[in-house]
Every structure is written in C-alpha cells, then in structure tokens.
Design a protein around this ligand. Sequence first.
Ligand code: AFD
Ligand code: MN
Ligand code: MN
Length: 424
Amino acid sequence: MKISIDSIQQHNEKLLSVHQRKFDFIKAEVTKAESIIQKLMEFNVAIPSWALGTGATRFGRFSRGGEPGNLEEKLDDVGLLHALNKSSGAISLHIPWDIPKDYNAIKQQAGSLGLRFDAVNSNTFQDQPGQKLSYKFGSLQNVDKNIRRQAIDHNLEVIKHGIELGSKALTVWLSDGSSFPGQLNFRNAFQHTLEGLNEIYASLPDDWKLFLEYKAFEPNFYSMTVGDWGQSLLYANKLGPKAYTLVDLGHHLPNANIEQIVALLLMEGKLAGFHFNDSKYGDDDLTVGSIKPYQLFLIFNELVDGMDTRGLNHANDLGWMIDASHNVKDPLEDLLQSVESIMLAYAHALLLDRTKLNAAQASNDVVGAQEILQNTFRTDVRSIVAEARLRSGGALDPISYYRDMDIRKALIIERGTKNIATGL
Ligand code: AFD
Ligand code: MN
Ligand code: MN
C-alpha cells in the first residue's frame, strides 16, 4: 500500500484555503513563525517497530486487522506515516523480534520510503524459543554467570545487526529487579549489571551511543535494577562518554517532575533522548499528549532551553522516539496523533520568549513566569505545524487523509485480519 503524491496534493487542495486563513493569522501574531517552521521541518521522531500492531493488557488483545506480519510490512507502515506527516522518517528495531533476513534489501526498502534506522533495542526481558537459559530471575544482574554471559552476548549480537543497518545507538532496557524483599542483593545486582554493561559498552563502535533506559516498576514490583534516572545516570557515568540516560515518559512514579529530570540530565550532557508516550498511572503507553499535554510542553521547554545552552542540534543530537502501545485505537492513527502532539509541544517551546522568562525568573516574578508559559501554551500553533508539513510534501490533515482513503481497510484487504505484529 503506497500513498501517491497526487492524492496528497488533492487532499491538500481541498483544505488549503482554510489552512491559509489560519496560518496568515498566526503569522501576523508571532514574529518567529518562519524560523519555527524551519526547525519543525528538520525534526523527526522514530517509530518503534513493536508499536505498529495492536497492543494488549494481560487481560486480552483486540486486533482490528491489517497488522504488519513481518519487518517489510512494518517498514511499509512507517513509510505510510512518514508520507503523511513527513516527521516519522526513522524506525527503531527490537531484536530478536525484527531480525532482517537480507540487510541490503531492507536498507533499500527503507531508503525508498525515506526512512533511516534509529537505535536498536535488545531484549533480555523475555525467553525466546530455543533459548538455553532463562531470564526469569534477571539477565545482566543474574546470580548465574552463564545467564549474564548469554545476556551480554545477545546485546553484542544486537549491535552487529545495528551496524549492518546503519544504526548509531543501542538502547538497553532491563526488566531486571526483584519482586519481593530479600530476593536480591542490591549491590551485587548493581555490580553484575555494571560489569555486563561495561562489556557491551566496550564493543560499541566509536560513533555509537549506549542509551540506558530506567523504569520504576514492572515487571518487577519490589525493586528494579535500573529503577530511576539516578541509577541510570550512575551507570552511565561509570561507563563513559558514550553512555547516556534514556527517559521514557511512562517510567516514573506518579507525579515525578520529568521536566526537572530532563533539565539536569541535559546540563550534565547525559540525556540520551526520549521514549514518548503519555500516562495517567504508570507505564500506560498511551498516545503522546493525550493526558498531560501541558507537561509535554514543559518538558520541551527544558529541552529547547538545555539544547540551545549546550549548542546541540535539536534534530540530531538526541534520540527522539515514540514508545507506545495501542489497545483500543488503530495503531497508525494513534502514532499520527502522537507525532502531532510532539510537534505541537516542540513548536510551543520554540515560540516561548526565553528572554522574557529569564527576566521574570531573575526578578522572582512568579505570576509573570506563569503568564509567559501559559500564554505560549494557549497559542494555537496547529497551523504552523501544518504549514511545516505542507512545505515538506505531507498532508495538511494526516488523520482525515487516512480516514478518507480508508487505509486500514486497504491494509486488511492486503494482509488479512489474522496477522499479528511481533512486539508487546
Ligand atoms: C518497555 C520499555 C522499553 C522496551 C519496551 C519493549 O519501555 O522501551 O524496549 O517496553 O516493548 O516497557
Ligand atoms: Mn521505553
Ligand atoms: Mn515502557
């Protein structure tokens, strides 16, 4: 299923006059519109290969069909998203769920869809068919040296796949931890994990990064061996300059001040990047911006401020990725909504008058600071984001295009209703 440039143009023509009116209005209101558009056009968010199918809870899974059944179809789906929004030009693979059979063919396919390969992800949180030793009691932390060896070797293999594909980072998320007090010696678990990570780190190519993702709980409910940003940073600092802390928005205890975490990690030069999603309670993996869009803006505000302070390139110097699960929505619609939310939050953060905010902070003007933040957040920048998409050749309204063309129906006809995408 391919989307033709002509059909996008036809869609855009229908919406153009309304869009133009809104865009002219905002352009007259804000002086920075053009520079924001340039930045938005450069910005891309990677799509995880495991988020293209229907997600599940432990109670059930309700697929609507047309799911990608192999890596090629997953690439096609990300290609569809990218054709529509021009901001999803990368895919992040999970090994062993997505081992390419033929690197060249898969690279060629990705290239033809305008996609590159983002970070590769290792999986030591499940036992795979035929696997010799079990990760039931952890992987890199395990009390059994042979299990630790197996987990290290798996990560080394993931790096090899990534090198073939042109990835530049390995993301490690460990489900390691303990479910009951007394089960684990915390210090031994830390030291074993550090030892393993050290070996993995040592085999990274020079231009690669290691992203260490933390998570507060689940699947272990008493302790996690990389449980929060402090622990992840501790490992990253011990590992070396190529190791960074990865923030997944859903991996905190409730009400954590994520924007502050981001500010400090950036200050230390240790922020890897993001797994975007939203949550009400825990690792809910809901659509980005669906629950707390203001928090997302506050995070982007710190990101832009921190990246500019360090002279970082917004588009390339950090890893941007969605990590969500779609239980009741069409996964592709959910991803379109998620990318849109990210672009809006980024546009708002670019719009913010930082000189004014700095002045308000310097004079303890608490009310003034809030006014600046909230006036920015309440400015309707949707037509700025749409204009960036239009100029890049995307659709003015990706979701209405997707629905008007009945893309899910076409995918069901093409792939059937029984396909199940690998992933969680
Ligand atoms: C986990 C983590 C991590 C991992 C993914 C697996 O967020 O990113 O790779 O889910 O599907 O909760
Ligand atoms: Mn994640
Ligand atoms: Mn998660």
